[in-house]
Design a protein around this ligand. Structure first.
Ligand code: SF4
Length: 373
């Protein structure tokens, strides 16, 4: 991998070359044949059409099983270390599309133990953050009858026996090679990947038969699931399939939206004023003066405002192409463009914040084994 970017489950920095990352991780590109197959189940989600979900592991055998009537279970999750931002929501939105399109059950893992082990946070911090993040997840409209939220420290009775069987198959040498651990790493962190593997096998344990699992997630999580897939056959479980996305860019022009740069990150709880301010300061592909931009045009490829439209806020392909064209021709200026995006985000957040409040009434019914927060 070139030296100028790093992608691990805990660190994403630099200018990410997604093709290079795909090669490095050994995942398979989503090609036109697979896209056509997806289109046979329902209208393709823009994140598939636009190559935001761009790479996978074993989607074809998973769909073959599905076609035979062997439904898969969806599994994704969240490391609760802070408020939810749009970068977290992006793959959840895609998960919702998969649930609706395929009519499948889902488990959503809240890794409060992980964030306690890897960050300077107390377990109380990460547990209360898990509750807040879960409200955002529920607000997206997952089917309450088909969706269960796991909180690692609450569902430990179910997860721990599975995690133990995983841990027994993973050596320290593998953990070091996959995650870059060294002798200063705390031993909880070294064990942790076993807990992230457990929900991939939980549906099989619960059903008492082999249940296929699909994990839609950011490509940065692939290292965990390589370990999960490696140990699966030896434990008598099917290897989970993966479908992975690129990272939601930051408003500062970085390749990944990050909580460490709060001014370039839109949180689900942001006020309209805060959104206006953050988008107002966003990195764009515009020119220094209005005259120059009218004359030379802007560059949507590098523009974070354009990327926000492309990733989440403009689903209409014709409109997104028109925006790119107008930008290149200098027919639209950055101020106007930022105002448009601000409005779209605020419309989305107003609705989301309303649903987030309502999620408090149903969260108790959506916990795995009915645990109490
Ligand atoms: Fe970006 Fe819009 Fe400016 Fe073009 S006009 S560079 S798309 S903000």
């Amino acid at each position: 991998m070139p030296e100028d970017f790093t992608v691990t489950p805990w660190e994403v920095t630099g200018d990410i070359d997604y093709d290079e990352l795909q090669k490095k991780f050994g995942t398979t590109p989503i090609d036109d044949v697979l896209l056509d197959r997806f289109a046979g189940y329902g209208k393709l989600h823009p994140m598939l059409r636009r190559g935001i979900f761009y790479t996978h592991r074993d989607m074809v055998p998973l769909l073959n099983e599905y076609d035979k009537g062997n439904k898969f279970v969806l599994y994704t999750g969240r490391g609760p270390s802070g408020n939810t931002h749009l970068g977290h929501m992006m793959p959840w939105i895609f998960n919702k599309w998969i649930q609706d399109t395929f009519g499948v059950d889902m488990v959503f893992q809240m890794t409060n133990d992980e964030k306690f082990l890897f960050k300077d946070l107390t377990l109380d911090d990460t547990t209360s953050m898990a509750y807040e993040n879960a409200l955002d997840f529920i607000a997206l409209g997952f089917d309450p009858k088909k969706t269960k939220i796991i909180l690692n420290t609450k569902n430990v009775d179910k997860l721990y026996p599975i995690a133990l069987s995983v841990a027994k198959k993973v050596t320290f040498s593998t953990a070091k090679a996959v995650f870059g651990f060294d002798n200063s790493t705390n031993i909880g962190s070294i064990f942790y990947t076993a807990m992230q593997s457990a929900p991939a096998f939980l549906p099989s344990v619960d059903a008492g038969r082999q249940v296929p699992v699909l994990i839609p997630c950011g490509i940065d999580q692939d290292p965990h699931f390589r370990v999960t897939r490696d140990v699966a056959p030896g434990l008598g479980f099917p290897k989970p399939a993966l479908i992975c996305c690129k990272m939601m860019p930051g408003l500062s022009g970085e390749d990944k939206m990050s909580s460490s740069d709060e001014n370039a990150t839109i949180y689900t709880t942001d006020t309209p004023k805060a959104v206006k301010k953050k988008v107002g300061r966003a990195f764009t592909g515009g020119c220094v003066s209005v005259e120059e931009q009218r004359e030379k045009g802007g560059n949507p490829e590098v523009c974070s405002v354009f990327k926000y439209n492309y990733y989440m806020f403009e689903h209409d392909d014709e409109k997104i192409n028109e925006l790119a064209q107008k930008c290149r021709n200098g027919e639209i200026l950055c101020g106007e463009c930022k105002m448009c995006l601000t409005q779209k985000i605020n419309v989305f957040l107003e609705d989301h914040q309303d649903k987030r409040e309502k999620a408090k009434d149903v969260i108790a019914d959506m916990t795995y084994d009915n645990f109490e927060w």
